[in-house]
Design a protein around this ligand. Structure first.
Ligand SMILES: *Cc1c(COP(=O)(O)O)cnc(C)c1O
Length: 426
């Protein structure tokens, strides 16, 4: 088929019938290891001279289907699946950074990423500088000669801010620095960052890709569009011979998918956050219906945001789908099919009113997750963003009264009626 559509790719990309059994659904290859043909075959696999299965920490056939599918959906050259979104972030950084290097990250990020970047990564000697992802000049101002990558979210969690992906991609190209985009909140249905100049895409597949709130998983996608040798001294893991593979140079041997291979052969091999094939199976099943779910998620979220915006007990609503929102124009450019399903609003009455609302909902689930079929609610200031200082909270777009919603795909009248009865109790 030439140029299959997005919906077709969600179902078929990477997923041929099983060659030995004919199984149509992708089987769960629940095995740790794979029998080699002979000693010579084993040696070529270990040397990366041939592709094949060795041991499920390094790769697994069920996980490989997931990797091919996300690479196709994002328009990348190759991908790697790992145990969580945070593990994907770790491997991206491990492949690009050396101790003492710097990176620039958006202040508008998932709270867990702000923690990982400010504390966890500091122990590796990877130093963060913060910038505003709606303003490419602010990113440019933080780039130094030690900067190895810029990290933004296409649609930022929790504030629903839409980043200036193309503007920041241009700044990165001019500076010879990699742009990595966390595309978790948008999913490739709403936004494909590589088309706007991103070099690497990352997903917490835990959220909309899996979509059913039943498994933790992470993905990284190689855009195949960064010229590593034009900046050879910056990225030695890719451009210098690797001691642990008999002098193989990843960007040379594997060309435009060298980043994905290095992340697997060095990062996943040595750090070890492998994805279970069972979780890969659940994410694959979820991804088959991604377009249907995302369309309904966005339609419902738009209606809820409009309804809240007109409610007398609501102070403000921050949803990029609303005209007048700071991100509205960028949402039309980068997410033309909808502004996603996650957004924030403030109830009149501050912190206490926000808490009361959360204690009063009936159908909404009070959880830390997003991107589930179910409608979800949380109070970021007392939970996901609790570890952040007041100034970081403000920069992440979180106020004391902020309530975050992840709108599910239930009947819209039921979603609104639950919020209505809860607001009545505030
Ligand atoms: C949840 C999330 C992560 C972390 O992913 P895990 O699968 O929980 O490790 C990263 N970025 C964003 C935007 C997220 O929502």
């Amino acid at each position: 088929m030439t140029n299959p559509g997005f919906e077709t790719l969600c179902i078929h990309a990477g997923a041929a019938p099983d060659q030995s059994t004919g199984a149509r659904a992708t089987p769960i290859y629940q095995t740790t290891s794979y029998v080699f043909d002979d000693a010579e075959h084993a040696a070529t696999l270990f040397n990366l001279q041939a592709f094949g299965n060795i041991y499920s920490r390094l790769g697994n056939p069920t996980c490989n289907v997931l990797e091919e599918k996300i690479a196709a959906l994002e328009g990348g050259t190759a991908a790697l699946s790992v145990a969580s979104g945070h593990a994907a972030q770790l491997l991206i950084f491990h492949t690009l950074m050396q101790p003492g290097d710097e990176f620039v990250a958006a202040t508008q990020l998932y709270g867990g990423s702000i923690n990982q970047f400010s504390h966890g990564f500091k122990k590796f000697g990877w130093n963060v500088r913060w910038a505003d992802s709606t303003d490419a000049e602010s990113v440019k101002a933080q780039i130094t000669d030690k900067t190895k990558l810029v990290w933004i979210e296409s649609l930022a969690n929790p504030g629903g801010v839409v980043s200036d992906i193309a503007g920041i991609a241009k700044v990165c190209r001019d500076a010879g620095v990699v742009l990595a985009v966390d595309n978790t909140m948008a999913s490739p249905y709403l936004c494909r960052p590589i088309e706007h100049g991103a070099n690497i895409v990352m997903h917490s597949a835990t959220k909309f890709l899996g979509g059913h709130g039943n498994s933790i998983a992470g993905l990284l996608v190689d855009g195949g569009n960064f010229d590593w040798f034009a900046h050879a001294d910056k990225y030695p893991t890719l451009t210098k011979p690797s001691d642990s593979y008999h002098g193989l140079t990843f960007a040379e041997t594997f060309g435009n998918f060298g980043f994905a291979i290095a992340a697997r052969a060095l990062g996943l091999r040595d750090l070890g956050p492998a994805l279970s094939p069972f979780n890969a199976f659940l994410v694959l099943t979820g991804m088959e219906t991604l377009p249907l779910r995302m369309a309904r998620h966005c339609e419902n979220a738009q209606k809820v945001a409009e309804w809240l915006d007109a409610h007398p007990k609501v102070e403000w609503v921050n949803y990029a789908g609303l005209p007048g929102n700071d991100s509205h124009e960028r949402a039309k450019k980068y997410c033309p099919k909808g502004a996603g399903a996650v957004f924030t609003f403030g109830v009149k009455g501050g912190y206490e009113a926000g808490k009361k609302l959360i204690d009063s909902v009936e159908m909404f689930s009070h959880v830390a997750n997003i991107g589930d079929t179910r409608s979800l609610i949380i109070h970021p200031a007392s939970t996901t963003h609790r570890q952040l200082e007041a100034s970081a909270l403000e920069k992440a777009g979180v106020k004391p009264e902020t309530v975050r919603l992840s709108i599910g795909i239930e009947t819209i009248d039921d979603i609104i009626s639950d919020l209505d009865q809860a607001l009545a109790q505030v």
